[in-house]
Design a protein around this ligand. Structure first.
Ligand code: 4AD
Ligand code: MG
Length: 465
């Protein structure tokens, strides 16, 4: 049986036993006296294991001495406690089988240790072989798994919402159109009476920017629903926090108000971060050194302290008094810029901050109007170094007011027939939010660019796949 390297470092494998491991070479060092030291990784953990190969191995000079970084191998040997100080275990190899050579080692794109993350994005098919992307990958896995776990334990139902849709949920027009290929050259009986180019779905269709509206229809039936999947934005924002394809966790809950989902979102974030600290301590330790940030301290503080909450109007007052910005430009109604957000979160509070009750003019049509008629029951959660990670609100459940908002926002009532039906037939107070998964990962891993937090980053004028 092949042993994942992780199990050795978890002390689940007895020493002085014969084991088999498989993986890739990180480094090979060979001495003149006929011993080679191979460092092997298999992606199951941050650790490599040292394999000692003596010249008595039958393919020593033909194979072992030719191994270079990236070659894949299978090793049978005895697991022993290492006499060296730099590692706890090593394997004394009895046999080594080369599974795959690296052709032209000088051209192996990730042979050196010190590539920049920017360079690694250009080789995203190989970058998971580096320590940094390997750690990110394992942390992403824990965060995703524990999210589903949280929802399962708390009886939320997972609803896969449509990827192809005709609704622009956020009303920003930042959607990618879905078009078919030109089917001219395909035999007639395949496309029969449909003009695929224009009306495959009978309506213009796009990649979803958010599953929220369709998720609401499920929340208005099964009470607690969530979705977790890819979303797409055709925004021309080439920043460290924008992707054209990113993953979002969205929750919709009936019989709930703004405060309920504020509590819920805080609980979810704390729950999954705690699980990362429990399950991925080695990866966090490695990323702490890589990013030169004190991740353990920051994440522990985050899960042990309440997120602060302020109204948008109070945030405006703080910015006015800060003397950091031209006061003429700070007034009710302004959209908080990333500099404003940075000041609020880092200089003023230095922990996640929940900002509530934004002016209705800044927010989409579906958010519930407050009694003052000027603001909506909305919340954004801002994190240090990243800014907005969560956006959510209580939803407008009153059909008359919803219709007014659809008109005010210049939308067409007909396009929202089914959404309005939810308010006609047994309407219910309900609320929800969306959490940008790569932005949360940026906070957890200390990596400052979301392009390094999704396996295959896709941004404006930039996609390797
Ligand atoms: O604030 P947004 O636009 O809200 C919505 O889409 C709501 N319909 C969600 C809901 O209530 N169900 O997006 C939600 C979150 C943001 O807070 C941000 O973290 C992330 O999605 N996000 C992005 N992440 C990476 N790249 C982008 N281009 C993003 N745009 C939004
Ligand atoms: Mg938002």
């Amino acid at each position: 049986m092949v042993i994942p390297i992780k199990l050795i470092f978890m002390e689940k494998i007895k020493v002085n036993k014969k084991i088999k491991i498989q993986g890739w070479i990180r480094t090979r060092r060979s001495s003149k006296i006929g011993i080679s030291f191979l460092n092997i990784y298999d992606g199951s953990c941050i650790h490599t294991i040292q394999v000692i190969a003596h010249s008595s191995i039958k393919n020593y000079s033909t194979d072992v001495l030719c191994l270079t970084a990236g070659c894949s191998i299978s090793i049978i040997g005895i697991l022993v406690l290492s006499k060296g100080k730099s590692q706890k275990y090593e394997i004394e190899a009895q046999s080594i089988t080369v599974l795959g050579w690296v052709n032209n080692p000088k051209k192996y794109p990730i042979s050196s240790k010190n590539h920049t993350t920017q360079y690694l994005r250009e080789v995203s098919h190989l970058r998971a072989r580096t320590n940094v992307i390997g750690s990110i990958c394992r942390i992403r896995n824990t965060l995703s798994f524990e999210l589903h776990n949280f929802f399962f334990k708390n009886e939320y139902y997972w609803i896969p919402t449509p990827i192809i849709t005709s609704i622009d949920t956020e009303g920003s027009g930042a959607m990618f159109r879905v078009s078919t290929l030109d089917f001219k050259n395909i035999p007639k009986d395949v496309h029969k009476n449909v003009n695929f180019k224009e009306d495959f779905f009978g309506k213009e269709s796009f990649l979803t920017v958010s599953g929220q509206l369709t998720l609401e229809s499920y929340a208005c039936a099964i009470s607690k629903a969530y979705t977790f999947g890819p979303t797409f934005r055709a925004e021309n924002s080439n920043t460290s926090r924008h992707l054209s394809e990113f993953w979002m966790v969205e929750v919709e809950q009936s019989f709930s108000n703004l405060n309920d989902i504020i509590k819920l979102s805080e609980n979810i974030i704390k729950y999954i971060i705690k699980k990362v600290l429990e399950n991925n301590a080695d990866d966090i330790y490695f990323l702490e050194k890589f990013s030169k940030k004190n991740l353990f301290k920051k994440l522990t503080y985050c899960i042990e302290n309440h997120f602060l909450q302020i109204d948008y109007i109070d945030a405006i007052e703080i910015l006015k008094k800060s003397n950091q910005f031209k006061t003429d430009n700070i007034c009710f109604g302004i959209d908080l810029s990333s500099l404003h957000e940075k000041y609020l979160v880092e200089n003023h509070f230095n922990n996640p901050v929940i900002i509530t009750n934004y002016p209705k003019l800044l927010k989409p049509f579906y958010m519930r109007i407050n009694k003052d008629k000027k603001t909506v029951a909305a919340m954004d959660i801002l994190f240090p170094e990243i800014g907005e990670i969560i956006g959510g609100s209580q939803r407008e459940e009153r059909i008359k007011i919803l219709d007014q908002r659809i008109n005010e926002c210049g939308l067409n009532k007909k396009d929202y027939k089914w959404y309005r039906d939810l308010r006609y037939y047994g309407t219910v107070p309900h609320s929800g939010f969306g959490l940008g998964f790569e932005r949360l990962m940026s906070y957890v891993t200390g990596m400052s660019n979301v392009k390094d937090l999704i396996p295959f980053p896709r941004t404006v004028k930039n996609s390797s796949f």
